[in-house]
Design a protein around this ligand. Structure first.
Ligand code: SF4
Ligand code: SF4
Length: 182
C-alpha cells in the first residue's frame, strides 16, 4: 500500500476536488451516460466507491482516470451533485505526483504536454503539444494522416498564439496540477 499525504484518500480527494464523495449512493447514472465507460478498467461509479473505500493503489494505477475525456456528462446526470470528472482530475494529480500514472495509453504524456504548452504560451499550441507527446511516446507515425489533413485545413498553426498574462496561467496550473511531471 502507498502512504497517503496527511489524511485518508477520501479526505484528500474531497479537499482537491471540492466534491462530497460520501454523498454518492451508487445509482450508476454517471456510468450509464459516460461515453468512455466502454474502454475504462474501472467504471465512473466504481471510482467513487473505491475512493470511499480508500483504494488508492487501484485508482492511481488505473487506465480509467486517463481515459476520462472531462466531458462532465457524469456531473450533469448525478442526482447527488457529485462530479466524477472533478474527482478524476484530483486522482490524476495524485497519480502524477506519486509516479503511478499508467503510461501505456499515452494519455498521461499527452496531458502533461498539453499543460506545459498552455503554461508556456497561455493557451495550447497544438503542434508543439503533439510534437512533445510524439517524442515522449515514440508514436511518431500514429495518426499522421489525420495530422496532415488538419495542417492542410489550417487547424494546426506553425507558431503559438501567446496571451499577455502568462504568469497568471502558470500559477493556476502549478496550483491545480502540482509541479511534478509524468
Ligand atoms: S451518478 Fe452520482 S450518485 Fe450516482 S453513482 Fe454516479 S456519482 Fe454516485
Ligand atoms: S467526465 Fe469522464 S467520467 Fe464523466 S462522463 Fe465524461 S468521460 Fe465519463
Amino acid at each position: 500500500m502507498i502512504r497517503l499525504r496527511g489524511s485518508s484518500l477520501p479526505g484528500e480527494i474531497e479537499a482537491l476536488s471540492g466534491q462530497r464523495v460520501f454523498d454518492c449512493n451508487q445509482c450508476a447514472k454517471c456510468t450509464a451516460g459516460c461515453p468512455m465507460s466502454f474502454a475504462m478498467d474501472i467504471q465512473p461509479n466504481q471510482m467513487i466507491r473505491l475512493v470511499q473505500l480508500g483504494q488508492a493503489d487501484r485508482l492511481l494505477r488505473s487506465k480509467a482516470i486517463w481515459l476520462c475525456s472531462s466531458c462532465e456528462t457524469c456531473a450533469a446526470r448525478c442526482p447527488m451533485s457529485v462530479s466524477v470528472a472533478e474527482v478524476v482530475d484530483a486522482l490524476r494529480q495524485l497519480s502524477r505526483e506519486r509516479g503511478m500514472a499508467d503510461r501505456s495509453t499515452g494519455a498521461p504524456q499527452f496531458h502533461q504536454a498539453f499543460l506545459d504548452s498552455v503554461a508556456r504560451h497561455g493557451r495550447a499550441h497544438e503542434l508543439e503539444a503533439i510534437g512533445v507527446y510524439k517524442a515522449k511516446t515514440r508514436r511518431f507515425f500514429d495518426d499522421i494522416g489525420l495530422g496532415i489533413r488538419m495542417f492542410r485545413q489550417g487547424k494546426l498553426s506553425l507558431l503559438p498564439h501567446r496571451i499577455q498574462d502568462r504568469d497568471v496561467i502558470r500559477r493556476i496550473i502549478r496550483q491545480s496540477s502540482g509541479s511534478s511531471k509524468t
